[in-house]
Design a binder for this molecule. Structure first.
Ligand code: NAP
Length: 321
């Protein structure tokens, strides 16, 4: 058997993302030893029951001691406190990375804590589901998904290449961009859709003229597809909204303007405008399928994912977003 990419990997945070990493690291033999740290004894016990690693602790410092790669997978609002806690125990030459959904804020929180000689490379795998916790992870989550790095100036190319090799072994494709650009791109492709979903499901939940039982009963006509996004983890999404504020507000402004224009077309019976827009948006869906980021079935690949998670057979619909 070939030598693992890293002798010791420490996973700080073992929810959906951390536990998916643990599973793919084990499947691909990417580490000699996997140390797992999480905040609560309850999650730690579950990680141990699931045999996600080789060592388990609620002391993140203990987990990162001697690790060549440390991956922080906690809500972005907690990244500063976690970095402060682990900093004194990081090994010289180690790679420290994260998976947080916002980058400028996370960098501002983590960078000042990073000791000399530790390679901090911020990252974000664009892969997930609406579920959370150690039971939610699966090893194919990152297959054919993008992992974006937002490297700091002066990043060691060898460390960047080693981390890229790690993510490629997890099945991901790599891209790099600056943190502000990342936050703007993610505001439109991920954060705005979630906010719209939270809003529409909230609006339906508040309705009095239409009963909640009717909303649930007839949900397959469209509403259902928003509820998947709106079922995402409240802590994670609270933190994303709080810590990518400027980019999200910019996208919400544009969205509101476009919605007003759509509203006007409906009010004035401008069928041509509606038809043109709906034709344009249909083409976007086709491009996503052509890019291999979804499959052309009406259930958005849900059945394929469920099937694969039962049988663990790789397919292009590895993750839902
Ligand atoms: P998750 O399933 O909810 O797991 C969160 C992990 O972080 C758990 O181990 C939890 O520990 C720990 N944690 C929670 N609050 C903490 C705090 N205040 N201090 C220290 N540890 C804390 O979350 P996830 O979905 O894996 O998300 C983790 C990160 O990945 C987030 O930054 C998120 O933005 C990013 N991300 C998520 C997705 C997605 O679709 N979910 C996709 C890409 C990136 P306990 O359970 O022990 O409390």
């Amino acid at each position: 058997m070939s030598k693992p990419l890293f002798e010791k990997i420490a996973l700080v945070g073992i929810g959906l993302i951390g536990s998916s990493l643990a599973r793919v690291i084990c499947r691909e033999g990417l580490a000699g030893h996997v140390a797992i740290a999480t905040r609560s004894a309850e999650t730690l016990k579950r990680a141990e029951e699931l045999k996600l690693g080789d060592g388990y602790t609620i002391d993140a410092k203990e987990a990162v001691r001697g690790a060549d790669l440390v991956i922080v997978s906690v809500p972005v609002g907690a990244s500063g406190a976690v970095a402060q806690e682990i900093a004194p125990a990081l090994k010289k030459g180690a790679i420290l990375t994260d998976v947080g959904s916002t980058k400028a804020f996370v960098i501002a929180q983590i960078k000042p804590q990073v000791p000399e000689g530790v390679h901090f490379i911020p990252g974000h795998p664009l892969a997930g589901t609406e579920e959370s916790g150690p039971d939610a992870g699966f090893p194919e989550l990152f297959e054919n998904r993008w992992c974006i790095f937002t490297p700091l100036e002066g990043t060691d190319p060898a460390a960047l290449e080693k981390l890229s090799a790690f993510w490629r072994s997890c099945g991901a494709n790599i891209d790099t961009m600056d943190p502000e650009h990342h936050d703007m791109v993610l505001a439109i492709v991920s954060h705005l859709p979630h906010i719209i979903a939270y809003n529409i499901v909230g609006t339906a939940d508040d309705l009095e003229a239409v009963t909640k039982t009717e909303v649930i009963k007839y949900s397959a006509s469209g509403f259902r597809d928003f509820t998947r996004l709106a079922a995402s983890d409240p802590t994670m999404w609270r933190d994303v909204c709080l810590h990518n504020k400027a980019a999200i507000l910019e996208m919400l402004t544009r969205f509101s303007e476009d919605l007003a224009s759509l509203q006007r077309a409906i009010r004035w019976g401008d069928g041509d405008k509606l038809f043109d827009m709906f034709t344009r948006t249909r083409a976007v869906r086709r491009s996503i399928i052509e890019a291999g980021q979804d499959i052309d079935v009406p259930d958005f690949g849900r059945e394929a994912v469920a099937h694969r998670r039962l049988r663990a057979v790789p397919s292009p619909a590895a993750a839902l977003y």
